[in-house]
Design a protein around this ligand. Structure first.
Ligand SMILES: Nc1ncnc2c1ncn2[C@@H]1O[C@H](COP(=O)(O)OP(=O)(O)OP(=O)(O)O)[C@@H](O)[C@H]1O
Length: 319
Protein backbone atom coordinates (compact mmCIF):
# COMPACT_ATOMS: atom_id res chain seq x y z
CA UNK A 1 0.00 0.00 0.00
CA UNK A 2 1.25 3.50 -0.83
CA UNK A 3 2.00 5.88 2.01
CA UNK A 4 0.44 8.78 0.16
CA UNK A 5 -1.94 8.56 -2.75
CA UNK A 6 -3.46 11.52 -4.55
CA UNK A 7 -6.11 10.63 -7.12
CA UNK A 8 -7.47 13.02 -9.76
CA UNK A 9 -6.77 16.05 -7.61
CA UNK A 10 -7.65 19.52 -8.89
CA UNK A 11 -7.38 22.87 -7.14
CA UNK A 12 -8.95 26.10 -8.29
CA UNK A 13 -8.38 29.35 -6.40
CA UNK A 14 -11.12 31.96 -6.81
CA UNK A 15 -9.41 35.30 -7.43
CA UNK A 16 -12.30 37.73 -7.72
CA UNK A 17 -15.61 37.49 -9.57
CA UNK A 18 -15.82 34.39 -11.72
CA UNK A 19 -12.05 34.33 -12.30
CA UNK A 20 -10.15 31.30 -11.05
CA UNK A 21 -6.53 30.23 -10.98
CA UNK A 22 -6.29 26.65 -12.17
CA UNK A 23 -3.43 25.62 -9.90
CA UNK A 24 -3.82 21.82 -10.20
CA UNK A 25 -5.66 19.86 -12.83
CA UNK A 26 -6.37 16.16 -12.40
CA UNK A 27 -3.14 15.15 -10.68
CA UNK A 28 -2.65 11.55 -9.52
CA UNK A 29 0.48 10.32 -7.79
CA UNK A 30 1.71 8.13 -4.97
CA UNK A 31 4.70 7.89 -2.63
CA UNK A 32 5.86 4.64 -1.05
CA UNK A 33 7.79 4.09 2.18
CA UNK A 34 11.50 4.72 1.82
CA UNK A 35 11.29 6.37 -1.58
CA UNK A 36 11.67 9.94 -2.80
CA UNK A 37 9.25 11.24 -5.36
CA UNK A 38 10.46 14.59 -6.66
CA UNK A 39 8.05 17.12 -8.10
CA UNK A 40 9.79 19.36 -10.58
CA UNK A 41 8.54 22.25 -12.68
CA UNK A 42 8.92 25.97 -13.17
CA UNK A 43 7.51 28.60 -10.83
CA UNK A 44 3.70 28.53 -10.76
CA UNK A 45 3.38 24.95 -12.00
CA UNK A 46 1.50 23.95 -8.83
CA UNK A 47 4.23 22.20 -6.81
CA UNK A 48 3.62 23.93 -3.47
CA UNK A 49 -0.14 23.67 -3.88
CA UNK A 50 0.33 19.93 -4.28
CA UNK A 51 2.49 19.70 -1.15
CA UNK A 52 0.02 21.70 0.94
CA UNK A 53 -2.83 19.55 -0.34
CA UNK A 54 -1.04 16.35 0.64
CA UNK A 55 -1.10 17.55 4.27
CA UNK A 56 -4.60 18.98 3.98
CA UNK A 57 -3.30 22.46 4.77
CA UNK A 58 -5.61 23.31 1.88
CA UNK A 59 -8.41 21.22 0.41
CA UNK A 60 -8.75 20.19 -3.23
CA UNK A 61 -11.62 21.33 -5.42
CA UNK A 62 -11.90 17.75 -6.72
CA UNK A 63 -10.16 14.47 -6.07
CA UNK A 64 -9.04 12.36 -3.12
CA UNK A 65 -6.04 12.19 -0.78
CA UNK A 66 -5.24 8.99 1.11
CA UNK A 67 -2.46 8.53 3.65
CA UNK A 68 -1.69 4.96 4.72
CA UNK A 69 -5.08 4.01 3.33
CA UNK A 70 -6.99 6.66 5.34
CA UNK A 71 -9.14 9.20 3.51
CA UNK A 72 -7.44 12.39 4.70
CA UNK A 73 -10.23 14.66 3.48
CA UNK A 74 -12.84 12.82 5.54
CA UNK A 75 -10.94 13.04 8.85
CA UNK A 76 -12.45 15.05 11.69
CA UNK A 77 -10.10 17.69 13.17
CA UNK A 78 -8.90 15.60 16.13
CA UNK A 79 -7.90 12.69 13.91
CA UNK A 80 -6.31 15.00 11.37
CA UNK A 81 -4.12 16.37 14.19
CA UNK A 82 -3.11 12.81 15.08
CA UNK A 83 -2.25 12.06 11.48
CA UNK A 84 0.01 15.13 11.33
CA UNK A 85 2.44 13.33 13.64
CA UNK A 86 3.02 10.88 10.77
CA UNK A 87 2.94 13.43 7.96
CA UNK A 88 5.28 16.37 8.31
CA UNK A 89 6.48 19.27 6.18
CA UNK A 90 9.79 21.11 5.87
CA UNK A 91 9.73 24.54 4.29
CA UNK A 92 12.10 26.49 2.08
CA UNK A 93 12.82 29.32 4.49
CA UNK A 94 13.91 27.72 7.76
CA UNK A 95 14.07 31.01 9.66
CA UNK A 96 10.55 32.03 8.73
CA UNK A 97 9.20 28.65 9.79
CA UNK A 98 10.86 28.77 13.24
CA UNK A 99 9.52 30.85 16.11
CA UNK A 100 12.33 33.35 16.82
CA UNK A 101 11.34 33.62 20.50
CA UNK A 102 11.62 29.90 21.22
CA UNK A 103 14.81 28.03 22.03
CA UNK A 104 15.83 25.20 19.72
CA UNK A 105 14.97 22.54 22.32
CA UNK A 106 11.45 23.93 22.70
CA UNK A 107 10.95 24.19 18.92
CA UNK A 108 12.02 20.58 18.42
CA UNK A 109 10.00 19.40 21.44
CA UNK A 110 6.79 21.21 20.47
CA UNK A 111 5.40 18.49 18.14
CA UNK A 112 5.97 15.94 20.91
CA UNK A 113 4.05 18.10 23.36
CA UNK A 114 1.19 18.30 20.86
CA UNK A 115 1.14 14.74 19.58
CA UNK A 116 2.41 12.74 22.56
CA UNK A 117 1.34 14.80 25.59
CA UNK A 118 1.52 11.78 27.90
CA UNK A 119 5.26 11.18 27.72
CA UNK A 120 7.17 12.45 30.74
CA UNK A 121 9.17 15.68 30.64
CA UNK A 122 12.37 13.67 31.13
CA UNK A 123 11.55 11.37 28.19
CA UNK A 124 10.70 14.36 26.04
CA UNK A 125 14.02 16.02 26.89
CA UNK A 126 15.86 12.81 26.07
CA UNK A 127 14.08 12.45 22.71
CA UNK A 128 14.78 16.09 21.82
CA UNK A 129 18.48 15.73 22.68
CA UNK A 130 18.74 12.55 20.63
CA UNK A 131 17.10 14.13 17.59
CA UNK A 132 19.24 17.27 17.87
CA UNK A 133 22.29 15.03 17.75
CA UNK A 134 20.80 12.92 14.94
CA UNK A 135 20.55 16.00 12.67
CA UNK A 136 24.18 16.90 13.34
CA UNK A 137 23.73 19.81 15.76
CA UNK A 138 25.97 20.19 18.79
CA UNK A 139 24.17 19.65 22.15
CA UNK A 140 24.70 23.27 23.20
CA UNK A 141 22.59 24.45 20.23
CA UNK A 142 19.53 23.29 22.18
CA UNK A 143 19.67 26.46 24.30
CA UNK A 144 20.07 28.85 21.40
CA UNK A 145 17.45 30.90 19.52
CA UNK A 146 16.97 30.52 15.74
CA UNK A 147 18.43 34.00 15.13
CA UNK A 148 21.75 32.81 16.59
CA UNK A 149 22.11 30.00 14.03
CA UNK A 150 23.33 29.84 10.43
CA UNK A 151 20.88 29.02 7.62
CA UNK A 152 22.10 25.42 7.48
CA UNK A 153 21.76 25.02 11.25
CA UNK A 154 18.26 26.49 11.12
CA UNK A 155 17.28 23.97 8.48
CA UNK A 156 18.68 21.18 10.67
CA UNK A 157 16.36 22.44 13.42
CA UNK A 158 13.46 22.33 10.91
CA UNK A 159 14.41 18.75 10.08
CA UNK A 160 14.72 17.80 13.77
CA UNK A 161 11.27 19.22 14.45
CA UNK A 162 9.87 17.26 11.50
CA UNK A 163 11.36 13.90 12.51
CA UNK A 164 10.86 14.05 16.28
CA UNK A 165 7.43 12.39 16.01
CA UNK A 166 8.89 9.67 13.70
CA UNK A 167 6.78 10.52 10.66
CA UNK A 168 6.24 8.06 7.83
CA UNK A 169 6.30 10.77 5.19
CA UNK A 170 7.78 14.24 4.87
CA UNK A 171 6.84 16.86 2.30
CA UNK A 172 9.98 18.86 1.56
CA UNK A 173 9.10 22.13 -0.16
CA UNK A 174 12.32 23.47 -1.70
CA UNK A 175 14.19 22.61 1.52
CA UNK A 176 17.63 23.66 0.30
CA UNK A 177 16.99 26.45 -2.20
CA UNK A 178 17.71 29.24 0.29
CA UNK A 179 21.06 27.68 1.28
CA UNK A 180 24.60 28.11 -0.06
CA UNK A 181 25.78 25.34 -2.37
CA UNK A 182 28.14 23.68 0.12
CA UNK A 183 25.54 23.74 2.90
CA UNK A 184 22.94 22.48 0.45
CA UNK A 185 24.99 19.34 -0.21
CA UNK A 186 25.32 18.66 3.53
CA UNK A 187 21.59 19.02 4.13
CA UNK A 188 20.76 16.75 1.18
CA UNK A 189 23.17 14.16 2.56
CA UNK A 190 21.56 14.44 5.99
CA UNK A 191 18.10 13.94 4.47
CA UNK A 192 19.34 10.89 2.55
CA UNK A 193 20.93 9.41 5.70
CA UNK A 194 17.78 9.97 7.75
CA UNK A 195 15.68 8.34 5.06
CA UNK A 196 17.91 5.26 5.09
CA UNK A 197 17.84 5.14 8.88
CA UNK A 198 14.13 5.78 9.40
CA UNK A 199 12.58 4.49 6.14
CA UNK A 200 10.54 7.66 5.54
CA UNK A 201 8.94 8.51 2.21
CA UNK A 202 9.76 11.97 0.82
CA UNK A 203 7.67 14.14 -1.45
CA UNK A 204 10.47 16.44 -2.56
CA UNK A 205 9.43 19.66 -4.26
CA UNK A 206 12.06 21.54 -6.23
CA UNK A 207 12.62 23.59 -9.34
CA UNK A 208 16.32 22.69 -9.35
CA UNK A 209 17.16 19.88 -11.78
CA UNK A 210 20.53 19.14 -10.16
CA UNK A 211 19.01 18.70 -6.71
CA UNK A 212 16.20 16.54 -8.05
CA UNK A 213 18.59 14.33 -9.96
CA UNK A 214 20.62 13.82 -6.80
CA UNK A 215 17.77 13.03 -4.44
CA UNK A 216 14.97 11.33 -6.34
CA UNK A 217 13.98 7.74 -7.04
CA UNK A 218 11.06 8.81 -9.22
CA UNK A 219 10.07 12.17 -10.62
CA UNK A 220 6.86 13.85 -11.67
CA UNK A 221 7.36 16.76 -14.06
CA UNK A 222 4.70 19.44 -13.70
CA UNK A 223 3.61 22.16 -16.05
CA UNK A 224 0.67 24.49 -15.48
CA UNK A 225 -0.98 22.32 -12.83
CA UNK A 226 -0.62 19.01 -14.62
CA UNK A 227 1.87 16.19 -14.41
CA UNK A 228 3.20 15.87 -17.96
CA UNK A 229 5.70 13.07 -17.38
CA UNK A 230 6.50 10.65 -14.60
CA UNK A 231 8.80 7.68 -14.08
CA UNK A 232 12.01 6.44 -12.44
CA UNK A 233 14.36 9.44 -12.36
CA UNK A 234 17.31 7.71 -13.92
CA UNK A 235 15.28 6.79 -16.98
CA UNK A 236 13.53 10.13 -17.31
CA UNK A 237 16.88 11.93 -17.09
CA UNK A 238 18.50 9.58 -19.59
CA UNK A 239 15.64 9.67 -22.07
CA UNK A 240 13.05 12.41 -21.50
CA UNK A 241 9.94 12.01 -23.64
CA UNK A 242 7.62 14.97 -23.14
CA UNK A 243 8.65 18.16 -25.02
CA UNK A 244 8.48 20.10 -21.73
CA UNK A 245 10.76 17.62 -19.93
CA UNK A 246 13.15 17.68 -22.87
CA UNK A 247 13.28 21.49 -22.77
CA UNK A 248 13.64 21.62 -18.98
CA UNK A 249 16.52 19.15 -18.91
CA UNK A 250 18.28 20.54 -21.99
CA UNK A 251 18.30 24.01 -20.40
CA UNK A 252 20.14 22.72 -17.31
CA UNK A 253 22.18 19.65 -18.26
CA UNK A 254 24.42 18.51 -21.12
CA UNK A 255 22.30 16.50 -23.55
CA UNK A 256 23.01 12.78 -23.53
CA UNK A 257 23.83 11.79 -27.14
CA UNK A 258 22.18 8.41 -26.57
CA UNK A 259 18.78 9.84 -25.72
CA UNK A 260 16.07 8.73 -28.08
CA UNK A 261 14.50 12.12 -28.81
CA UNK A 262 16.26 15.41 -29.57
CA UNK A 263 16.17 18.19 -26.95
CA UNK A 264 13.36 20.71 -27.30
CA UNK A 265 13.29 24.48 -26.82
CA UNK A 266 10.12 26.20 -25.73
CA UNK A 267 8.66 29.00 -27.83
CA UNK A 268 6.10 31.74 -27.11
CA UNK A 269 4.71 32.74 -23.74
CA UNK A 270 3.09 30.67 -20.99
CA UNK A 271 -0.70 30.80 -20.78
CA UNK A 272 -2.25 32.82 -17.99
CA UNK A 273 -2.98 30.64 -14.93
CA UNK A 274 -6.57 31.89 -15.04
CA UNK A 275 -7.14 30.39 -18.48
CA UNK A 276 -8.90 27.05 -18.44
CA UNK A 277 -7.12 24.59 -20.71
CA UNK A 278 -8.94 21.69 -22.28
CA UNK A 279 -6.25 20.47 -24.69
CA UNK A 280 -2.51 20.21 -24.06
CA UNK A 281 -1.24 22.67 -21.43
CA UNK A 282 1.98 23.23 -23.39
CA UNK A 283 0.14 24.28 -26.53
CA UNK A 284 1.54 27.61 -27.74
CA UNK A 285 4.97 26.94 -26.19
CA UNK A 286 5.58 23.50 -27.62
CA UNK A 287 7.87 23.29 -30.64
CA UNK A 288 6.14 20.16 -31.96
CA UNK A 289 2.50 20.99 -31.31
CA UNK A 290 -0.16 20.63 -33.97
CA UNK A 291 -3.61 22.12 -34.37
CA UNK A 292 -5.23 19.04 -32.81
CA UNK A 293 -3.25 19.50 -29.55
CA UNK A 294 -5.41 22.48 -28.61
CA UNK A 295 -8.55 20.36 -28.68
CA UNK A 296 -7.76 16.85 -27.59
CA UNK A 297 -7.54 16.11 -23.92
CA UNK A 298 -3.91 15.06 -23.53
CA UNK A 299 -3.60 13.11 -20.27
CA UNK A 300 -0.86 10.93 -18.86
CA UNK A 301 -0.68 7.57 -20.60
CA UNK A 302 1.72 4.69 -20.00
CA UNK A 303 4.61 4.32 -22.41
CA UNK A 304 5.90 1.26 -20.57
CA UNK A 305 5.46 -0.51 -17.24
CA UNK A 306 6.56 2.40 -15.04
CA UNK A 307 6.64 5.54 -17.17
CA UNK A 308 3.79 7.83 -18.21
CA UNK A 309 3.77 10.77 -20.60
CA UNK A 310 1.05 13.28 -21.47
CA UNK A 311 1.78 13.83 -25.15
CA UNK A 312 0.23 12.32 -28.23
CA UNK A 313 3.41 12.66 -30.25
CA UNK A 314 6.50 13.00 -28.05
CA UNK A 315 8.81 11.91 -30.86
CA UNK A 316 7.59 14.31 -33.50
CA UNK A 317 10.27 15.71 -35.79
CA UNK A 318 11.26 19.37 -35.83
CA UNK A 319 11.93 19.77 -32.12
N1 LIG B 1 -3.93 31.17 -2.34
C1 LIG B 1 -3.85 31.36 -3.65
N2 LIG B 1 -4.71 32.18 -4.29
C2 LIG B 1 -4.64 32.36 -5.62
N3 LIG B 1 -3.74 31.77 -6.44
C3 LIG B 1 -2.85 30.96 -5.86
C4 LIG B 1 -2.85 30.70 -4.44
N4 LIG B 1 -1.83 29.84 -4.16
C5 LIG B 1 -1.24 29.56 -5.35
N5 LIG B 1 -1.85 30.23 -6.36
C6 LIG B 1 -1.51 30.17 -7.80
O1 LIG B 1 -1.53 28.80 -8.17
C7 LIG B 1 -0.53 28.54 -9.14
C8 LIG B 1 0.39 27.46 -8.60
O2 LIG B 1 1.13 27.99 -7.51
P1 LIG B 1 2.20 27.15 -6.66
O3 LIG B 1 2.73 28.06 -5.60
O4 LIG B 1 1.60 25.87 -6.27
O5 LIG B 1 3.32 26.89 -7.77
P2 LIG B 1 4.84 26.44 -7.56
O6 LIG B 1 5.14 25.52 -8.68
O7 LIG B 1 5.02 25.95 -6.18
O8 LIG B 1 5.60 27.80 -7.77
P3 LIG B 1 6.89 28.36 -6.96
O9 LIG B 1 8.03 27.47 -7.35
O10 LIG B 1 7.01 29.77 -7.45
O11 LIG B 1 6.54 28.26 -5.50
C9 LIG B 1 0.18 29.86 -9.40
O12 LIG B 1 -0.41 30.47 -10.53
C10 LIG B 1 -0.11 30.65 -8.13
O13 LIG B 1 -0.09 32.04 -8.40
Amino acid sequence: MSLLKLANVSKEFPVGGATRVYALDDVSLSVDAGETLAIIGESGSGKSTLGRLALRLIEPTHGSVHFQGTDVLALPPAELRRLRAKLQIIFQEPFESLNPRMRVADIVGEPLAIHQPNISAADRRARVSAVIEQVGLAPDMARRYPGELSGGQQQRVGIARAIVTRPALIVLDEPTSSLDLSVRAQILQLLADLQTELGMGYLFISHDIHTVRYVSDRIAVMYRGRVVETGPSERVFADPQHPYTRALLAAALPVDPDQELPPARLVGEPLSPTQRVTGCVLYGRCPVSEEKCVQIDVRLAPIDADRQVACVKPGAPGS
